[in-house]
Write a protein that binds this ligand. Structure first.
Ligand code: SAM
Length: 353
């Protein structure tokens, strides 16, 4: 039997337990976000009693939560005064309306964990867990974790990645967004570019209802939404721009969707696809700190929803090589890939030539 390197065992055990701790701290962030504790603490340093009163919460729970987030390094504590502080650099990432606020992303763990035993069964039986079984909390999570990103980056960060696109949108073009979810990206574009018309497609009736509701509230008559399985996207009407944001890799039949997108583009049309930044080969993702997140998301959501329908199961980290290959097969002859602002996504600017 091979002699174990005891130090390596010890180090690995420590790092393994560190992963479990990170999971629990993610749930603490979820609680802090849902209860308003971060926002309350961002208003000023406080004892646990003051914070509980400020947030209108039970002090015993607040004190125990403070124990977790203080020892976890999210919050600072002065033992002499009993006062807790949220450093401003942490507050930026946990509160407010900027795209740096990542607090809503923490919902991912509880949402995925609820389906974990269903997914574990699929390891034995094959198949998957359908999209419908992730609703409605998947819809909340997806909306919550992308909303601020769109607010901060869509108009000034993502769209200008395609040269001349903002100008064309300003002049007035026909736009479709495929897999639009709750439609925030569509509604923001419709508000910014009133001369253009926008159609958002998603097969979730619940998400489409929310998208329509927001369009009404925002007063954007140039945005409309339709419940549609985009593998049946018709060739007419034609669009000058089709976008998809994080909405291809988890589809049952992404090859057909990409072909349909190519078929619905007008001459000189542009397909703008935003997808997680990854390499297709596993070995090229080793060392990418976001890669375990992408593969984990894939096992627990993106791959399983695709496999549930006997689909392709591309996986979240399908990566640039595979994406380029599938875009070429769909009929795109010019594919430019640029890094989206932030570390997580790539933008594919595709034309039919
Ligand atoms: C990861 S979410 C992204 C949603 C949205 N683009 C956003 O950024 O918030 C993927 C979306 O694609 C939708 N979707 C998946 N397969 C689809 C299909 N075949 N037809 C229409 N929508 C689909 C899902 O309902 C979901 O809303």
């Amino acid at each position: 039997m091979t002699e174990l390197d005891k130090r390596r065992v010890q180090e690995f055990a420590r790092s393994l337990f560190g992963h479990y701790t990170s999971g629990l701290l993610t749930l603490m962030v979820d609680i802090g976000h849902k209860t308003g504790l971060f926002e309350a603490l961002a208003r000023g340093a406080a004892t646990s009693a003051e914070l509980a009163e400020r947030a209108a919460l039970d002090e015993r729970y607040v004190r125990e939560w403070l124990g977790a987030v203080t020892t976890g390094g999210l919050v600072e504590y002065d033992a002499t005064s009993g006062v807790f502080t949220l450093p401003p650099e942490h507050a930026v990432c946990l509160t407010g309306t900027s795209s740096r606020n990542l607090a809503a992303n923490s919902q991912v763990l509880a949402m995925l964990a609820q389906r974990l035993s269903r997914v574990a069964t699929c390891f034995r039986t094959g198949g998957g867990v359908p999209y419908a079984e992730f609703r409605p909390d998947f819809t909340d999570y997806q909306d919550g974790s992308w909303r601020l990103l769109y607010d901060g980056l869509l108009i000034k960060g993502f769209l200008p990645a395609a040269k001349g696109l903002p100008e064309r949108l300003r002049a007035g073009i026909r736009v479709a967004d495929v897999g639009c979810g709750t439609g925030h990206a569509v509604n923001l574009m419709a508000r910014e570019f009133p001369a253009s018309t926008f159609t958002g497609y998603d097969f979730s009736a619940e998400a489409i209802d929310r998208a329509r509701g927001e369009a009404d509230r925002m007063g954007v008559p140039n945005a409309r939404f339709e419940a549609l399985d985009v593998t049946t996207l018709p060739a007419e009407p034609k669009f000058d721009l089709i976008t998809s944001f994080d909405a291809i890799h988890d589809q049952r039949d992404p090859a057909t969707t990409l072909r349909r997108i190519a078929g619905a583009l007008a001459p000189n049309g542009l397909y703008f696809m935003l997808e997680p930044r990854a390499a297709t080969k596993l070995e090229a993702n080793v060392g990418n700190p976001f890669a375990p997140y992408l593969y984990g998301m894939s096992v627990l959501h993106c791959m399983t929803v695709s496999l549930a329908d006997g689909g392709a199961g591309l996986g979240t980290a399908w990566g640039e090589d595979k994406a380029r290959q599938m875009l070429r097969e769909a009929g795109f002859t010019s594919i430019e890939v640029v890094a989206a602002p932030g570390p997580q996504n790539s933008i594919y600017i595709c034309r039919k030539g």
